[in-house]
Ligand binder design. Structure first.
Ligand code: GLN
Length: 252
């Protein structure tokens, strides 16, 4: 088996260690003997619709989102929508998550239209949500998710955006520590088909390995049919997860 990862806008949308998610996906695939190729695409590049199995879209400042938003209004936007319709899995963090939705309205400046592949809308608030974030995943009532019952996710958040879910999107989890989507409804993130968006930086996947394996499984299905990933020894990752939750709970 081989895996193709497209890293979207790494020069404009990769803050707070988000690139670590690509490294984690590559390494967890390679540890299972799966060849991996990662290609980067940025504004103005011609996006290859049929190539990627998995799209990664990191976070970014409002300024970067402006440039990316414009690029998404062009042929790359259509190409990304077709790649998603063609079965590519998507993981998006913070600013990338916001731009998968209908629009992101920053505190200053015009609204930035999003890709519209995730039924969410984001509006900036006056106060930034900054700090540790712990989430209880709402699986297994998320169709097709191999979520471990009552699994948790941990990392940190830094955003002004408040995200609200429409009927087609399901929350990824419930907030235990932190603000999450909007600091009001206790939801965090969104899942729709094989698209996962969330506000968890850190980077997310190295210490939340069940979600990494979920994304890999969804990505590999596209060209390889049903796959069951061999378990890995996640002792270190589990310890990092537990330690991060302890810190987050000690400093709510
Ligand atoms: N600029 C967006 C916001 O402030 C996203 C920030 C981020 O990606 N960390 O909400």
């Amino acid at each position: 088996m081989d895996l193709r990862i497209a890293h979207l806008y790494p020069d404009l949308m990769s803050i707070y260690g988000d690139r670590g998610n690509v490294i984690a996906l590559e390494q967890r695939a390679r540890w299972r003997g799966i060849d991996v190729e990662t290609r980067s695409y940025t504004a103005g590049d011609a996006f290859d619709v049929d190539w990627p199995d998995l799209l990664f879209f990191g976070g970014g400042q409002d300024q970067g989102q402006d440039v990316v938003g414009e690029d998404l209004q062009g042929p790359n936007g259509d190409a990304l929508r077709r790649a998603v319709a063609g079965g590519a899995a998507v993981l998006a963090i913070c600013g990338g998550y916001q731009l998968l939705g209908h629009e992101y309205v920053p505190e200053t400046g015009p609204a930035i239209p999003g890709l519209g592949v995730l039924d969410v809308t984001t509006r900036a608030g006056k106060r930034r949500f900054v700090g540790n974030l712990v989430v209880r995943a709402v699986g297994p009532d998320l169709p097709g998710m191999i979520c471990v019952l009552r699994a948790t996710l941990v990392g940190f958040e830094n955003h002004s955006g408040r995200t609200y879910l429409g009927p087609a999107a399901r929350p990824l989890g419930r907030v235990l520590v932190g603000h999450g989507n909007n600091g009001e409804d206790k939801t965090e993130g969104a899942v729709q088909g094989k698209i996962v968006g969330c506000y968890i930086h850190g980077s997310l996947l190295p210490k939340n390995t069940w979600l990494a394996d979920q994304m890999l499984t969804w990505a590999l299905v596209r060209r390889h049919g049903e796959v069951t990933l061999a378990p890995l020894d996640d002792t270190a990752e589990a310890a990092a997860h537990a330690a991060a939750i302890k810190v987050a709970r000690s400093r709510p």
